[in-house]
Design a protein around this ligand. Structure first.
Ligand code: GLP
Length: 244
């Protein structure tokens, strides 16, 4: 596991964009796993800048997003579909046919979840997966529990996640209670993983993850300790407990 500590969020975002750009240049038809949340927004902004000013080319890139709220319309301002178009896709030259985001309103949930994993497999698997981390260690929407699912599945959100995500909604009551998410198995199959964390509110979980050296389903991010190619980029605030 490679740990990179940058001074601030802006430097973290540039570093993450460097890594993604290098992968796209090495393999123009990269299969890129993408995350939502506030953490990767700066990275997406930097990728958009590089596309517009330096011609970074997304024409052949295929993306798979990690998760989506269940029961929320695609065009809802808080859906992850809306988020991804708003923060990245509508600003770059990605082919719309190459964008994959879990459907928050599938007709047959079981079949749909299976087909999402099959679609990833058909593309040869994810080359580079971008991840954020929840304050409770959740990855995508794989919440701490006594068991974790391997494949894409429907999950209940924990109180902590609902509270953390309420900042994007008008009220906490509006935050969906369920989501569709790639499982830890799907994520661990990615060839490379890039985990980003910034800010004081991530310091505890990052400290626990990097200092305890323990794998637990109650800290889903800890499974990443078993992956052979993980890079973690932190800013000084999120690294503060780790460095203590
Ligand atoms: C959300 C997303 C995760 C994300 C995490 C952290 O609930 N489902 O994919 O990594 O929470 O979000 P943020 O980056 O806003 O702290």
């Amino acid at each position: 596991m490679k740990i990179i500590i940058e001074k601030n969020y802006s430097d973290l975002s540039k570093k993450a964009a460097d890594i993604i750009e290098k992968e796209i240049k090495n393999k123009p038809n990269l299969i890129l796993g993408l995350a939502t949340g506030s953490t990767p927004v700066g990275t997406y902004k930097e990728l958009i800048r590089r596309h517009k000013e330096e011609g970074l080319d997304f024409a052949k890139v295929t993306t798979f997003n990690l998760d989506e709220y269940l029961g929320i319309p695609h065009d809802h301002i808080n859906s992850y579909h809306y988020f991804m178009y708003d923060n990245l896709f509508k600003h770059i030259n990605i082919d719309e046919d190459n964008i994959n985001i879990p459907n928050g309103n599938p007709e047959n949930v079981e079949e749909y979840c299976k087909s999402y994993d099959e679609d990833i497999e058909k593309q040869g698997g994810i080359d580079l997966q971008i991840l954020g981390i929840g304050e409770n260690g959740h990855i995508a929407f794989n919440e701490p529990d006594d068991k974790l699912y391997l494949g894409t599945h429907i999950t209940d959100l924990t109180e902590s996640t609902i509270r953390a995500n309420a900042r994007f909604f008008d009220s906490i009551e509006e935050v969906p209670k369920k989501a569709i998410t790639m499982g830890l198995g799907s994520i661990m199959k990615a060839k490379k993983i890039l985990l980003l964390a910034n800010g004081k509110n991530k310091a505890n979980i990052i400290g626990k993850l990097l200092k305890d050296e323990v794998v637990s389903t109650y800290n889903p991010a800890s499974l990443l300790l078993l992956h052979p190619d993980v890079t973690i980029i932190l800013d000084e605030e999120s690294a503060s407990e780790y460095l203590k």
